[in-house]
Design a protein around this ligand. Structure first.
Ligand code: PGA
Length: 236
């Protein structure tokens, strides 16, 4: 399974280094694929069994894009993994689907492993499951769902950082629908905690989790890795 930590705008370079060391030590003993997405300023050449990815980058080698980083800055640290389409970039930073698709295409052409996020806001969820699936379908526009280095993360916007989550049944239903669109590994994200992670990981069509706030505690994040190992040993 895939256990991924999105550190967002948290931790200094020093704190990130010790976090990566602690999680790395644990992950070494695990059969899971463990990914960490640190803040931009904490990207580095880490000697670690973890997959280190970038939370964002502009679709360019370099150039005049104030405040952004491009391929060149990722290549310096041999970063070959990127998060695209996260709801905070869609909704806070205002990234359009067209721009997200352009970014996807660029990093796909560069052979990056892409964790691509989709998910509906609260009002769409309240409008029902048909509206939810229609909304998410639009987030697949311009995205090559057959790309072999694609990982998809279903993250309902209303569940991110709120402590709210869909029911297990709802996750199962929506993941079954999303699996029809792509056979890529499918993660669940949105208020994943040590109290619910194992239940999510045990579901059909859930191939892992993408964790924000709870992942800031290395110990909690390692517990989630342990859950995945346990489930695999139980032949999930
Ligand atoms: P959360 O964030 O775990 O804090 O809800 C998840 C995410 O944004 O990837």
């Amino acid at each position: 399974m895939i256990i991924a930590a999105n550190l967002k705008t948290n931790f200094t370079r020093k704190e990130t280094a010790s976090y990566i060391e602690e999680v790395g030590k644990y992950a070494q003993k695990s059969a899971q694929k463990v990914m960490v997405f640190p803040a931009m300023t904490s990207l580095d050449n880490y000697l670690t069994p973890l997959t280190i990815g970038s939370q964002n980058a502009y679709p360019t080698l370099n150039g005049a894009f104030t405040g952004e980083i491009g391929l060149e800055q990722l290549q310096e640290f041999e970063i070959k993994t990127i998060l695209i389409g996260h709801s905070e970039r869609r909704h806070i930073l205002g990234e359009s689907q067209a721009f997200i698709a352009q970014k996807f295409e660029y990093f796909k052409d560069q052979g990056f492993e892409i964790v691509y996020c989709v998910g509906e806001p609260k009002e769409v969820r309240e409008a029902g499951s048909e509206a939810t699936l229609e909304y998410i379908a639009k987030q697949y526009e311009g995205i090559d769902t057959t790309y072999d280095k694609l990982i998809i993360a279903y993250e309902p916007v209303w569940a991110i950082g709120t402590g709210l989550t869909p029911t297990l049944k709802d996750i199962e239903t929506i993941h079954a629908e999303l699996k029809k669109k792509s056979t890529a590994p499918l993660l669940y994200g949105g208020s994943v905690k040590i109290t619910n992670a194992k239940d999510f990981l045990a579901l059909d069509n859930v191939d892992g989790v993408l964790v924000g706030s709870a992942a800031l505690y290395a110990e909690h994040f390692c517990t989630m890795i342990e859950y995945a190992d346990e489930l695999e040993n139980e032949n999930k």
